[in-house]
Design a protein around this ligand. Structure first.
Ligand code: ZN
Length: 152
């Protein structure tokens, strides 16, 4: 294991032990729980907006492995202050990079602050779902429900 990998491991464990944005989200209905059955991870996620329409903060209630909880914790820092369209596009890019897709998936994650710690995940297909769970939950939280118009 290289020094870099050890550093990343420490960052992941730190987020796992002290997840940023962790909260009890009893108001989120059961139907909106996101699950990764292959690992047993489950997660609720809630986006709060500021008066300017930007994401003020993301709260999550995560149960699962270190990778899934750490990824949710890192997500809260990565998307705070973004407008929803920016957060959606970041989520798509992160998920692709986690799957090892794109020109330079590792470089992309390593250029995005602590998300760098997830750069090694692509090498472990079973872990990709763990790391992607929070980002998929974010996408569904940001997607307007059918029949509504968030254009205004
Ligand atoms: Zn997991």
């Amino acid at each position: 294991m290289s020094d870099f990998d050890e550093l990343y491991q420490e960052i992941i464990l730190d987020h796992y032990r002290r997840p940023r944005g962790a909260a009890r989200l009893d108001e989120v209905p059961e139907g909106e729980i996101h699950e990764n059955p292959t690992c047993g991870d489950s997660l609720k996620l809630k986006v709060e907006y500021g008066p300017d329409g930007r994401i003020a903060r993301v709260l999550h209630e995560s149960r699962g492995c270190a990778i899934s909880v750490a990824s949710a914790s890192m997500l809260t820092g990565a998307v705070a202050g973004l407008v929803p369209a920016e957060a959606l596009s970041l989520a798509g890019e992160v998920e692709a990079a986690l799957r090892g897709e794109g020109d330079d998936p590792r470089g992309f994650l390593e250029g995005n602050g602590e998300l760098a710690a997830l750069a090694g995940v692509a090498a472990f297909p079973a872990r990709v779902k763990c790391a992607s769970l929070a980002w998929r939950a974010l996408e569904s939280a940001l997607a307007p429900p059918p029949g509504t118009d968030r254009g205004s």
